[in-house]
Write a protein that binds this ligand. Structure first.
Ligand code: UDP
Ligand code: MG
Length: 323
């Protein structure tokens, strides 16, 4: 029954004292509405994760929890960053819920999309991605850079869902599978699609921040993209190998060309040997670095100890007769 679904909303908060009272109110209204319409269970909660804030964020969360049992709170000992705060929240609430939705404290993501997410969950989807689709209001430059970002990530081997940030629903199975990924260099948007399972998207328009200011300035965004690429794939290393190969091929051409010039007497003494060794060595060095890099990349993926497979279902007549 849909009304038995215990839903947890996981909200990472870092210095969000300006926005919290407003967000908490709006989220509570949303949850109450869903409960009243028998979409989710009365046990459903809004769980704030305080990510080592330096302002009154945790004090505010505690007040909420004392006032109303619909709120719950997790306080991290340090500021661990958005991704780890979401992870901490999801893993902490996992035993208590049937499904969890992660979203930002500033409610830039449309909370009305939650209804559609729950409908998808009821249809049997394990993961529902919130995808923004209001690019038509963005300037050409903004759209170009933002969409370029997703294309670039994909090219670099980080397979992310187009225009999806960290607004998503995950059910119990998806959370359990997600818990198998033990990596420290965490990029949720890349890991969650790796899980597979049954998934779909809901579309919404992203809004302005309710209050306070963004914790993701441009510098942090670049760092974030870089973290995404380097934590998910070793593709950049392959580029070095390709470059090394390319230059080695070119050096072969340079060899022919400079020998031709040498024998037709169009050079000064020493030029031929110099130019040949320059290209040949350059190509070989790059190739060697690339090959070593390949192994380093393999070691990197190996130490992450990612699950090698996730069984979604097992049907067997002997299932309960284990030897
Ligand atoms: N956040 C966090 N830890 C951090 C930085 C941010 O938990 O170190 C939270 C923040 O409180 C917010 C969410 O991550 O709920 C997204 O941050 P923000 O809205 O500033 O990012 P933007 O929407 O501007 O990309
Ligand atoms: Mg925001």
């Amino acid at each position: 029954m849909a009304s038995e679904t215990v839903l947890y909303m996981v909200i990472p908060c870092y210095n969000e004292q300006e926005v919290l009272p407003d967000s908490a109110e709006k989220l509570k209204n949303k949850i109450s509405d869903l409960i009243a319409r028998k979409k989710i269970s009365k046990q459903s909660k809004i769980c704030f994760v305080n990510d080592g804030s330096r302002d009154r964020t945790w004090a505010i969360i505690r007040e909420f929890c004392q006032r109303d049992p619909v709120y719950s709170g997790i306080c991290l000992a340090h500021n661990e960053g958005h991704q780890n705060a979401v992870l901490a929240g999801l893993m902490t609430v996992q035993p208590y819920c049937d499904a969890a939705i992660s979203m930002d404290a500033d409610l830039q993501d449309d909370i009305d999309a939650i209804d559609a997410m729950i409908d998808k969950y009821d249809e049997g989807y394990n993961i529902v991605y919130g995808v923004r689709d209001n690019r038509e209001t963005d300037t050409f430059f903004k759209r170009f850079t933002a969409e370029g970002f997703y294309h670039f990530m994909k090219m670099m081997g980080a397979d992310v869902i187009f225009n999806h940030a960290d607004f998503r629903l995950m059910d119990k199975d998806a959370l359990a599978a997600f818990g198998e990924y033990q990596e420290v260099n965490l990029f949720l948007r890349g890991i969650v699609p790796m899980i597979g399972l049954k998934h779909d998207c809901v579309y919404y328009k992203r809004k302005e921040r309710l209050a306070g200011e963004s914790k993701y300035p441009l510098k942090k965004m670049f760092a974030f993209a870089w973290q995404g690429i380097t934590s998910l794939s070793s593709k950049p290393i392959k580029f070095i190998v390709d470059l090394g190969l390319g230059i080695s091929v070119i050096s072969g051409l340079v060899l022919i060309w400079s020998l031709f010039r040498h024998f037709t007497g169009q050079t000064i003494a020493g030029w031929t040997s110099l130019i040949i060794s320059l290209w040949l060595l350059g190509g070989l060095i790059l190739l060697a670095i690339g090959i070593i890099g390949e192994y380093v990349g393999k070691i990197y993926l190996e130490v992450k100890r990612r699950p090698r497979y996730l069984v979604q279902e097992f049907i067997d007549a002997n299932m309960n007769k284990e030897k």
